[in-house]
Write a protein that binds this ligand. Structure first.
Ligand code: GDP
Ligand code: MG
Length: 391
């Protein structure tokens, strides 16, 4: 049954994206309808999905429906949002990052402005895999089918996905929801699910990239300095060359003893919570917010691009707009640094999101996709995500 699926099957987070009225919610309902046949998925009707729950992620109100379903080998958590603004908020501030997305495009309209906006943001936040459902082909001509396919593949290529090879399925979510067995009805849903199962890899811990461990705390012991944290990526062992970086400083060191719950271990890997004794490191050089990393692999910068959402008054945010050059304290993971925020527009209203260039008072390492927030005093006024560093 369902609870079995959650524990036994590989888990993947996905979501529908695309322009309003292109059929995202209908498709979501059609998927659950089709999979409810084999008993492991509960059918969720259009109306049920469309009256999305109001939820709060980092203080921000997002209307989102979380739908679960299971294929033979996988359990999917699928997010569908009712409005365009909620899609943006969910992508910028959502707690669970999408492993893949289903782009829904109405075959009669082709890509529209919100199609572009969702794709741009998906690319920026690091959604690696897109599967396309060209919808409403029950009302579109053959010529349009070809044209829209070309247009969508081109668009994906321009954004940096493998546009030529992404799975693209033509279908009718409405037909499928009605149980129609023609090629564009239920069989199209089966094709879409097969594409998700095979084309979107399940997330796995990264054990092979150069190691990074954000420093949560520092302890001075008689043998030297111990840093404590959870390994974010990679693997390290005794004697590996390392470096502690952050706040514009970097100190070379190497790994001495590694401990897990006070027991010495040979190595540490992504996901492990460890204490690491560092060689030749003054405790005063290291502080919470710095990163322990493989030597020479990280670059600090004081300029980053990102996307930021400003909370509105009802979310505890500002009542007044922010203007270009807004200066405030940026919080990310375990650190905080004063930053300046520059936008293309002169001002951003509370309740709006915008692309932003961030200039930090001190150089820091921020990885693509890393979340941040902005606080005025005790109040969180904005939440965002970093895209990349500007050199
Ligand atoms: P969303 O805003 O992207 O979630 O779009 P909806 O799922 O709410 O669909 C918008 C409208 O398009 C609704 O009236 C649906 O019934 C209709 N619709 C959705 N899929 C299809 C389809 O495959 N064929 C046709 N003809 N209409 C569809
Ligand atoms: Mg919808």
């Amino acid at each position: 049954d369902e609870s079995d699926d959650k524990t036994k099957k590989e888990h993947v987070n996905i979501g529908t994206i695309g322009h309003v009225d292109h059929g995202k919610t209908t498709l979501t309902a059609a998927i659950t309808k089709y999979l409810s046949r084999n008993g492991s998925t509960v059918f969720r009707s259009y109306d049920d999905i469309d009256k999305a729950e109001e939820e709060r992620a980092r203080g921000i109100t997002i209307n989102a429906s979380h739908v679960e379903y299971a294929t033979a080998n996988r359990h999917y958590a699928h997010t569908d949002c009712p409005g365009h603004r909620d899609f943006l908020k969910n992508m910028i501030c959502g707690a669970s990052q999408m492993d893949g997305a289903i782009l829904v495009v109405d075959c009669n309209d082709g890509p529209m402005p919100q199609t572009t906006e969702h794709l741009l943001l998906a690319k920026q936040i690091g959604v690696k895999h897109i599967v396309v459902f060209v919808n409403k082909v029950d009302t579109a001509s053959e010529d349009l089918k070809e044209l829209v396919e070309l247009e969508v593949r081109d668009m994906l290529t321009n954004f940096g996905w493998a546009g030529d090879s992404v799975p693209l399925i033509h279908g009718s979510a409405l037909y499928a929801l009605e149980g129609n067995q023609s090629e564009i009805g239920e069989p199209a849903i089966k094709k879409l699910l097969d594409a998700l199962d095979t084309y979107v890899p399940a997330p796995k811990r990264d054990y092979s990239s150069p190691f990074i461990m954000p420093v949560d705390s520092v302890v001075s012991v008689s043998r030297g300095t111990v840093v404590i944290g959870t390994v974010k990526q990679g693997t390290f062992k005794k004697d590996d060359k390392a470096e502690v970086v952050g706040f514009g400083a970097s100190f070379p060191t190497s790994i001495s003893t590694i401990e897990v719950f006070r027991n010495a271990v040979m190595s540490a890997k992504a996901g492990d919570h460890v204490g690491v004794l560092l060689r030749q490191m003054k405790a005063s050089n290291v502080k919470r917010g710095m990163l322990l990393a493989a030597r020479g692999t990280l670059k600090q910068s004081n300029q980053y691009t990102g996307t930021v959402y400003f909370l509105d008054k009802s979310e505890g945010g500002r009542s007044k707009p922010v203007t270009r050059g807004y200066i405030q304290v940026l919080f990310s993971e375990t650190w905080q640094v004063t930053a300046r925020f520059d936008f293309e527009a002169d001002m951003i209203m509370p309740g709006e999101s915008a692309a932003v260039t961030i200039t930090l008072l001190k150089d820091m390492v921020i990885l693509p996709g890393q979340a941040f927030s902005v606080r005025e005093g005790m109040e969180t006024v904005a939440s965002g995500i970093i895209h990349k560093s500007l050199e």
